[in-house]
Write a protein that binds this ligand. Structure first.
Ligand SMILES: Nc1ncnc2c1ncn2[C@@H]1O[C@H](COP(=O)(O)OP(=O)(O)OC[C@H]2O[C@@H]([n+]3cccc(C(=O)O)c3)[C@H](O)[C@@H]2O)[C@@H](O)[C@H]1O
Ligand SMILES: Nc1ncnc2c1ncn2[C@@H]1O[C@H](COP(=O)(O)OP(=O)(O)OP(=O)(O)O)[C@@H](O)[C@H]1O
Ligand SMILES: NC(=O)CC[C@H](N)C(=O)O
Length: 554
């Protein structure tokens, strides 16, 4: 006898901690999946009710009651389809990262995640106990195994599934984006399917959550290892998939849309741009805001940040402020106004000369006899920061800080100056990546017959903070191509000073850059959150002490 299941992969965007709202969203999407796709089984992402990662909300005493209420609501809805829903499970003094199978008004089975990730951005052992048993059950005649995210990255749960005779494995995920993640997941799914001879349905969360972005890209894998991406990237979707069993491998799944080629061919720049747009949009909206303001300097960082903001929120919700000083060039003024006009954002010019003079007069006695130095440069950046925060306070727009990963790494930014802000779009994009994403944006616009979103003059000019006459970034820092390689090797690849030198970089340059990275942790700790793009961003994935005597360059 042939069994057929219509599964709907609910790749949805939830709000961390909003258990009631998330429960309502489950019920609404389930109703839609039943009505539109005649779903037998609807599969939701990991920890659906709290959304991921709920962090220390898991420790709130009122959480068990809220979860119990939501679970009751899901049962009482008595939907015609089976729901697979992730949730925290409080049991005999332990907390589990669990999922439940809900059908016919009751919980038919509950699975406790066995493999708890505790590396990179994951911290699950802080909260959860490990489950110890597999969960296999018959769903409409199909022997099905249930697993949760990291379970698939380890070998035991898949082995349990095949030993238990599962034909299908449902794996629910909260798997955050980084640039190589899609390929890693596809390779993993293929390997596990082949090892076990089990078909796999992989459902991922989508949306931004503080520094993490979940990219969706839900997938299915046939027992012969063929993987198909069936969910879109960086978008919500209810994806219907028909599963047939027993069947030859090529007939295991049918799904209306196949995103595999699109997903695999998307460039690094395109993925990063989409992640930045989603990360920014969700941060602003999920925190109850709808507009942003930023300082637009005519340089590349603020230009790319502006382009992302317009795509994330719409031009009407973006204000760009040019704040010239004596060192601001005519070119900067022209490029900033040209880009603002091109993107149709609100644009304002507020000169900082008088404000700067007022600070200088106030400090004249205190600074009598002392030479001008970085202090004066930082006052310029801080004048701008004060103005942006005032606009934020008055208009309710969040400030976007525009620093990139290279600057944040070496502390080439002013505390309470250009570092002010709520959210940092480029936080994990090196200066080199900023340039290549900017060129990509222009290529896309030009191919669509539109004007480039970032004036080419912005891309072509040498980077400068314009805080002193004729200043260029490469007066103070190694050229960005070298600087970014050293940062990547030290921060993302954990290489030692000697290994970086052996890779072909000058000893004194390596020692200087590593020292700057080491001593600037205090600045990064005060920096706004921003979108994670790489295997290691500054933030929850790199927790270094501020006060310390370690010197990597020694
Ligand atoms: N360990 C520690 N823990 C806590 N605080 C510490 C600290 N060490 C210094 N500090 C504090 O930090 C201060 C120094 O930091 P800060 O005031 O930011 O100033 P600072 O790092 O000295 O200077 C800012 C640098 O960023 C460059 N910049 C500024 C603006 C824009 C751009 C750009 O191109 O985008 C570049 C500028 O050219 C300069 O090189 C010290 O005076 C002290 O108050
Ligand atoms: N004249 C200015 N008007 C408005 N904002 C400014 C001005 N100068 C600096 N800023 C703000 O401070 C940030 C840091 O300044 P900086 O000039 O270093 O960066 P950038 O111009 O974006 O990029 P680049 O480093 O390539 O010049 C800018 O991105 C911008 O948000
Ligand atoms: N939530 C999880 O278990 C995620 C861990 C997993 N390795 C991933 O990033 O996809």
């Amino acid at each position: 006898m042939t069994n057929q299941l219509t599964l709907v992969l609910a790749q949805i965007n939830l709000l961390v901690g909003d258990i009631h709202g998330n429960c309502e969203r489950i019920l609404a999407t389930a109703a839609e999946a039943i009505q539109t796709h005649d779903a037998d089984v609807i599969v939701y992402p990991e920890l659906t009710l709290t959304a991921y990662p709920p962090e220390d909300l898991l420790l709130r005493p009122s959480l068990p009651g809220r979860i119990e209420k939501a679970m009751q609501q899901l049962c009482e809805a008595r939907l015609s389809a089976t729901l697979i829903v992730g949730h925290p499970l409080f049991e005999k003094g332990n907390l589990y990262n669990a999922l439940s199978v809900i059908a016919d008004g009751k919980v038919l089975a509950t699975y406790r995640k066995q493999c708890l990730p505790n590396y990179q951005v994951f911290d699950e052992r802080r909260y959860f106990s490990e489950g110890t048993e597999a969960c296999l059950l018959d769903i409409n005649g199909v022997p099905t195994a249930l697993t949760i995210c990291e379970d698939l990255w380890q070998t035991t749960p898949t082995r349990q599934a095949s030993q238990g005779g599962a034909a299908l494995m449902l794996n629910i995920n909260a798997s955050p984006f980084h640039t190589d993640k899609l390929e890693q997941r596809m390779e993993l799914l293929s390997r596990r399917a082949l090892e076990s001879g089990t078909a796999i349905v992989y459902v991922n969360q989508v949306g931004g959550q503080d520094e993490l972005v979940f990219d969706g890209n839900s997938m299915v894998a046939r027992p012969d290892g063929e993987v198909r991406v069936v969910g879109p990237a960086f978008e919500e979707a209810l994806v219907p998939v028909k599963f047939v069993w027993p069947a030859p491998p090529e007939a295991t799944f049918s799904a209306p849309i196949n995103y595999t080629a699109l997903a695999s061919e998307s460039s690094l720049e395109q993925r990063c741009y989409q992640a930045m747009v989603m990360g920014l949009r969700d941060y602003i909206r999920k925190n109850g805001f709808n507009s942003v303001v930023l300082g637009l300097s005519g340089g590349i960082d603020s230009a790319l940040t502006l382009a992302v903001a317009v795509d994330a929120l719409g031009a009407d919700h973006v204000t760009a402020v040019m704040m010239p000083f004596s060192y601001t060039s005519d070119l900067s003024l022209r490029l900033a106004s040209e880009q603002a006009a091109r993107l149709g954002v609100h644009y304002r010019t507020i000169a900082i000369n008088d404000i700067y003079s007022a600070f200088s007069s106030a400090l004249a006695e205190e600074f009598a006899g002392l030479p001008a130095d970085l202090t004066e440069q930082n006052i310029q950046a801080r004048c701008r920061g004060v103005l942006l925060m005032a606009i934020s306070n008055k208009k309710g727009a969040l400030v976007l800080t525009t620093g990139n990963k290279s600057e944040i790494a070496v502390g080439y930014c002013t505390l309470y100056g250009d570092m002010v802000g709520a959210f940092s779009v480029l936080k994990d994009a090196s200066k080199t990546l900023v340039y290549s994403i900017a060129r990509h944006c222009n290529d896309v616009a030009v191919q669509a017959g539109e004007l480039p979103v970032i004036p080419y003059g912005v891309i072509d000019r040498p980077p400068s903070a314009e805080l002193a006459p004729g200043q260029r970034d490469d007066d103070s820092l190694p050229p960005y191509d070298r600087l970014d390689c050293i940062i990547s090797m030290y921060v993302e690849q954990d290489m030692s000073a000697q290994a970086i030198i052996d890779a072909g970089f000058a000893r004194d340059e390596v020692q200087r850059v590593l020292r700057l990275i080491d001593i600037n942790e205090y600045k990064r700790r005060q920096a706004p959150v921003g979108v994670r793009l790489t295997q290691r961003a500054f933030g929850r994935d790199r927790r270094y002490p501020i006060t310390q005597g370690w010197r990597a360059g020694d």
